[in-house]
Design a protein around this ligand. Structure first.
Ligand code: NAG
Ligand code: NAG
Ligand code: NAG
Ligand code: NAG
Ligand code: NAG
Ligand code: NAG
Length: 510
C-alpha cells in the first residue's frame, strides 16, 4: 500500500510539468518556435488561450537563463535579439528583467502582460530568442591534415561549428591545443584555406593563454558571431598547429634514396618543405648530422624536384655545430614570405650528406647517370645555367640577395664560380651528379674550400672542385687522388640486407 502510494505520488510529480495539466496549457508556458536545432530559437509565451511573442526590449542573459531552464535546459549561452525568422502576431510581454534565479519568465518583472510600447517592440522584428546549453558544449576538434594540425571546430547547440579568425592569436591557439590534450601550440592561422562549410559559432576569442578550454576565454556571442567579419561563406576559419612528440624530425625526399635529397621537416605531425632561402653549408651540416650521417658534402638550393606542400621553415640560421635543426636560430614555424619562398617553385633546400646511414649500403643495381665533365673557364662569372641542365625558369635578380648568386646571373667580383660533383655509390660503380654556379667563398664547404677532395670505392674515383681563388681552376674530373671510402660501417651482408629491406619499407610507406 505504501509502495503503491509512492509510485502514485511520483506519477503525480512527473505529470506536474508547469504549463500542461491534463493537456491544458497554462499562462506563462514557453515554447521555442522555428528552431534550426533543439537548443535555440524564437521564444513564444502562452497567455489567455493564445501564444504570443516576447519582445527583445530589455532581453538579457539572466532572462535567457530563466527561459532555457524553464524549457528544461541547464542554462543559456546567448540571449538572442532580433531573432530570425521573426514572428508574426502580437507581443505578449516586453522589458523582462530577470535575476536569473526565477523558475519561469512570468516570475520576473516586466511591464505587464499585453503592455507593449511600439517604440521598442516593432511588430515586424524585435523577437527575443535563446541559445540554450546542451551536453558536450565547448568541446573542440581539429579538421585538417593531422590530429595536431587543422582548423578549429567547436561544439554548440548539438552540432560542430566553426571558429572565426577575428581576434585569433597564438594565446588562443595554445588554449585550443591544451584543450585537445597537447602540450602547446607551434603556430596559428587566421586564413585556413580549406574552409569549413558549417555554421560559424564562435568569434572574438581573447584568451590569456593560461585557460584550459577555449570556452573559458573571453569570446563573442556563442552562435552569433560578428556578422561583418565571420560570414559562413568566407574563409574565416581559425587554424592551429599543435606540438607533437616528433616535432623537428627530418627526412630526405626526391634524392638518390640514400644520402641526398630535398629536406622535409615534420611539425604538428605533418611533413612540409624547408625553403632554400639562407640555406648554406652550416644548415646542411646540421641536417646531415641530425639525419645520422657522418658528415655533409654540400648544401643544395633550388632542388630540381619540388615538394608539393607549403613550407614550414625559411631562413633558419645554424652555426653548424647544433645537434638538431630546431636548435638553430630563426626557427619560425609555418611562416614564410612569398618573395623568397614560392610554394609553386623549386625553392626546396637540399643536402648531399656524406656516407650512408649505419648499416645501409645501396644495392649494386643503383642506376648510374653518366655526366659529361666540362672544363670550367676561368673568371668570376657564373655559367649560363641552361648548359648544366638545371632549370633556369626563375630569373631572380641576384643583386637583391647579396649573399647568393643564382644561376644565369653574373657573379659579383667577390663571389666565386664552383663546380661540384656528388657521388652516388653502389657496390660496383660510382656515379655522380654535377653542378656549377657561383657563390660567396664563405658558402663553400670546408672540403670544397680545400680544393680537390676525392672519394671513391677504390676502383674509380671522382673528385670535386671548388674555387680557392678568384676564379676557378681547371674543372676536369680529377682522377689522380687516392680514394677515401665514403661508405658507412661495413656490416655483414645478411645484416645490411635486412636493414635495406627495412629502409625500403620506410620509403614505400612514405
Ligand atoms: C492568464 O493571463 C491572463 C492575462 O494576464 C489573465 O487575464 C488570466 O486570468 C490568466 N489566467 C489564469 C488561469 O491565470
Ligand atoms: C513608449 O516609449 C516612448 C519612448 O520611451 C515614450 O515616449 C512613450 O511615452 C511610451 N509610450 C507609452 C504608451 O508608454
Ligand atoms: C519596424 O522595423 C522595420 C525594419 O526595421 C521597419 O521597416 C519598419 O518601418 C518598422 N516599423 C515600425 C512601426 O517602427
Ligand atoms: C633531435 O631530433 C630527433 C628527431 O629527429 C630526436 O629524436 C632527438 O632527440 C633530437 N636530439 C636533440 C639533442 O634534441
Ligand atoms: C636588378 O635590380 C637592380 C635594382 O633593382 C636593377 O638596377 C638591375 O637592372 C636588375 N638586374 C637585372 C638583371 O634584372
Ligand atoms: C510555428 C511557426 O511559427 N512556424 C513558422 C516557421 O516559419 C515558417 C516560415 O519561415 C512559417 O511558415 C511557420 O508558420
Amino acid at each position: 500500500m505504501w509502495r503503491l502510494n509512492t509510485i502514485f505520488f511520483k506519477l503525480l510529480l512527473i505529470s506536474w510539468i508547469p504549463g500542461d495539466i491534463q493537456g491544458q496549457i497554462v499562462n506563462g508556458t514557453l515554447r521555442l518556435v522555428n528552431t534550426s536545432n533543439a537548443y535555440e530559437g524564437r521564444l513564444e509565451i502562452y497567455y489567455s488561450g493564445s501564444w504570443g511573442r516576447i519582445c527583445d526590449y530589455g532581453w538579457d542573459l539572466p532572462s535567457a537563463v530563466v527561459a532555457c531552464k524553464q524549457l528544461g535546459f541547464t542554462g543559456a549561452h546567448t540571449a538572442v535579439v532580433n531573432t530570425s525568422p521573426e514572428g508574426t502576431g502580437s507581443f505578449w510581454i516586453q522589458n523582462l528583467n530577470c535575476q536569473g534565479t526565477e523558475t519561469s519568465l512570468e516570475d520576473c518583472s516586466h511591464d505587464g502582460v499585453g503592455v507593449i510600447n511600439s517604440s521598442y517592440c516593432n511588430q515586424s522584428s524585435d523577437d527575443a530568442g535563446v541559445l540554450c546549453k546542451g551536453p558536450n558544449d565547448g568541446e573542440i576538434r581539429l579538421i585538417g591534415y593531422t590530429q595536431y594540425f587543422g582548423r578549429v571546430e567547436i561544439f554548440y547547440a548539438g552540432e560542430w561549428g566553426r571558429v572565426c579568425k577575428n581576434g585569433w592569436s597564438l594565446n588562443d591557439a595554445k588554449v585550443a591545443c591544451r584543450q585537445l590534450g597537447f602540450s602547446g601550440a607551434l603556430a596559428y592561422w587566421t586564413l585556413w584555406s580549406a574552409r569549413g562549410t558549417s555554421r560559424v559559432v564562435l568569434d572574438q576569442l581573447n584568451c590569456a593563454g593560461t585557460e584550459s578550454r577555449l570556452d573559458a576565454c573571453t569570446h563573442g556571442s556563442i552562435g552569433y558571431p560578428s556578422s561583418s567579419s565571420c560570414s559562413s561563406n568566407s574563409y574565416v576559419d581559425a587554424g592551429v598547429a599543435c606540438e607533437a612528440p616528433d616535432d623537428g624530425e627530418l627526412r630526405l625526399m626526391d634524392g638518390n634514396g640514400y644520402n641526398s635529397g630535398r629536406v622535409e621537416i615534420k611539425f604538428a605531425g605533418y611533413w612540409q618543405r624547408i625553403c632554400d632561402w639562407g640555406w648554406r653549408s652550416s644548415e646542411a651540416a646540421v641536417a646531415c648530422r641530425q639525419l645520422g650521417y657522418s658528415g655533409y658534402v654540400r648544401a643544395a638550393t633550388d632542388w630540381t624536384i619540388k615538394g608539393d606542400t607549403s613550407f614550414w621553415l625559411q631562413g633558419v640560421q645554424c652555426q653548424g655545430t647544433e645537434a638538431n635543426i630546431t636548435d638553430c636560430s630563426n626557427v619560425v614555424i609555418g611562416y614564410y614570405d612569398d618573395y623568397h619562398c614560392y610554394s609553386s617553385s623549386n625553392d626546396d633546400a637540399g643536402v648531399y650528406c656524406q656516407g650512408y646511414l649505419p648499416g645501409v649500403i645501396p644495392p649494386s643495381t643503383t642506376t648510374t647517370t653518366p655526366t659529361t665533365t666540362t672544363t670550367v673557364p676561368r673568371g668570376p662569372r657564373c655559367y649560363i645555367c641552361s648548359s648544366t641542365g638545371i632549370s633556369c625558369s626563375r630569373s631572380r635578380n641576384a643583386s637583391s640577395h647579396s649573399n647568393f648568386c643564382y644561376y644565369g646571373h653574373v657573379c659579383y667580383s667577390s663571389a666565386m664560380a664552383y663546380e661540384s660533383y656528388n657521388l652516388f655509390y653502389s657496390s660496383s660503380t660510382i656515379s655522380y651528379s654535377y653542378s656549377r654556379g657561383c657563390r660567396l667563398p664563405s658558402s663553400c664547404t670546408s672540403q670544397e674550400y680545400q680544393g680537390n677532395t676525392c672519394t671513391g670505392t677504390g676502383t674509380r674515383r671522382v673528385c670535386k672542385h671548388c674555387c680557392t681563388t678568384d676564379y676557378c681552376n681547371g674543372g676536369a674530373v680529377d682522377t689522380s687522388q687516392t680514394s677515401n671510402n665514403n661508405r658507412g660501417s661495413s656490416l655483414k651482408t645478411v645484416c645490411f640486407k635486412v636493414l635495406f629491406a627495412l629502409l625500403f619499407i620506410a620509403f614505400a610507406w612514405n
